[in-house]
Design a protein around this ligand. Sequence first.
Ligand SMILES: Cc1cc2nc3c(=O)[nH]c(=O)nc-3n(C[C@H](O)[C@H](O)[C@H](O)COP(=O)(O)O)c2cc1C
Length: 217
Amino acid sequence: MSQAKSQSIADLRIDYSQASLSEADSAADPFTQFGKWFDEAIHAQVPEANAMSLATVGSNGRPSSRIVLIKQFDEHGFTWFTNFDSRKGHELAQHPYAALLFHWIALERQVRIEGRVERVSESDSDAYFHSRPLRSRLGAIASAQSQAIASREMLEAEYAKAEQKFGDNPPRPKHWGGYRLLPDTVEFWQGRQSRLHDRILYTLDATGSWQRQRLQP
Ligand SMILES: Cc1cc2nc3c(=O)[nH]c(=O)nc-3n(C[C@H](O)[C@H](O)[C@H](O)COP(=O)(O)O)c2cc1C
């Protein structure tokens, strides 16, 4: 039984054939290229196109990853919001470098982004916090993200306490806000036939200019 199951997993494969990416049609900088692909992912209705894997590294050198939602991107970087006291928050405080990964499966595309991470300004965190639905704001207050709690009931009691205390105008907790990753490498991967995929890697050079090269698949 388990033999048959593992054989069928080994047989799972798709030959990618939807699109291509060349040196000539990739943008001069990765932000423009990311914006083009992000728009195409939204247009293609890729589910949660704004969901990305965020990998961080702990002080023991062990990587950890989880999904977060990108909330902003421009030439200054890629921004998400979270709890600064979470596991990822502690890891970023110890080692402020991270890797982001998007997989837009319906378009046979992957984007890898790496670089240094910093917190966004207090005013940017305030602005985004206050744009969120009330229940999300109360949830951010109620949850000491990544810490153990004895039961679901205790978590819901924390939420009710926050609701009681702050009503419909909860303040942003100091431990909640945004991080921005300032990329120094960005790779765009487009699946192609026969596993001869296109990979265009952007690297930031010492003068602050983006260099492009093709990588073998
Ligand atoms: C689709 C999806 C979107 C998520 N978005 C966020 C987010 O934007 N911010 C966040 O803190 N956690 C988000 N999470 C939860 C994280 O994956 C993770 O469970 C949480 O941040 C705790 O991670 P940590 O213990 O490694 O710090 C999301 C999870 C999923 C599946």
